[in-house]
Design a protein around this ligand. Sequence first.
Ligand SMILES: C[S@@+](CC[C@H](N)C(=O)[O-])C[C@H]1O[C@@H](n2cnc3c(N)ncnc32)[C@H](O)[C@@H]1O
Length: 234
Amino acid sequence: MKTTIQDKAKLVNSVFSEVYNKYDLMNDILSLGIHRIWKDKFIDWMNPSRDSSLIDVASGTGDIAKKFALRNKNLSIVTCIEPNEDMFKIGKKNLVNFKNIKWIKSRAESLPVEDSMYDFYSISYGIRNVSDINKTLKEAYRVLKPGGRFMCLEFSKIDNELLNFLYKNYSKAIPTLGKYIAGSSKPYEYLINSIDSFYNQEQLLELIRKNGFTNVEYRNLSNGISAIHSGWKI
Ligand SMILES: C[S@@+](CC[C@H](N)C(=O)[O-])C[C@H]1O[C@@H](n2cnc3c(N)ncnc32)[C@H](O)[C@@H]1O
C-alpha cells in the first residue's frame, strides 16, 4: 500500500507523542551518549560568528538551538520550528532561560517566516521524518539569506562492513529496549525502518543540490552511522 503525505505526517506525529517524555533519555541510552558528540561536531562545522542567526527546524527538545546559543554566548537570534505539541512544550520548557530563542509550532514544508531571514538553517535528525523532502529543502533555501548555509545532521549509511553487521544486529534489539525503557516498541520500529529506507549520503547530497544549494558536501560521523550535509545559498 502507498503511504500518502498525510499518512506519514500522522504516523510521525503519533511516534513523537508516544516518546516525548523519554526522548532525551532514549537518545543517550541508544547512542551511548554519542549523539552529543555528533551534535557538537555539527556546531563545530557550522562555526557560526557571534551575530549569526539560526532557524533550527524539527527542533524537538532543543539540543541544537541550545548548543548554538551557548556557542554564541546567547548573542544571536534563534528560531526553533517544531510541529509536535508534546515535543514543542518540552523543548520550549528546556530552553526557557534562553531569551533569544523563539519557538514556532510549524512544519518544515511550510515555514511561517519571511524570505532571506537567516544565516544558518539546521535540521538535526529531522529530515528523515518530514513528509515532503523537496518542499522542505525549497523552504530552507527560501528562508536563508544569500550567502546563508544549510546544515543537516541525519542517520546515514555505514561505510564499514564489520561495523554495519554489528550495527544491524544491534538495531534489531532497539524496539525491545524501547519497550522496556520507554514503554512501547512501535516508535523504535519506526526509527529503525525509517533509517533503513532513507537516502544514502550521495543521494541526499544530490537532492540538496537539485533544490538550489551549491558547494554541497558531507562528512561522515562514526563511519557513516550519521552524516552531516552542508550546502550554501549563493
Ligand atoms: C528525532 S527528532 C529530532 C529532534 C532534535 N532536532 C534532535 O536532534 O534531537 C525529530 C523531530 O522532527 C519533528 N518533525 C516531524 N515531522 C516534521 C515536519 N514535517 N517538520 C518539522 N519537524 C518535524 C518531530 O516532531 C520531532 O520533534
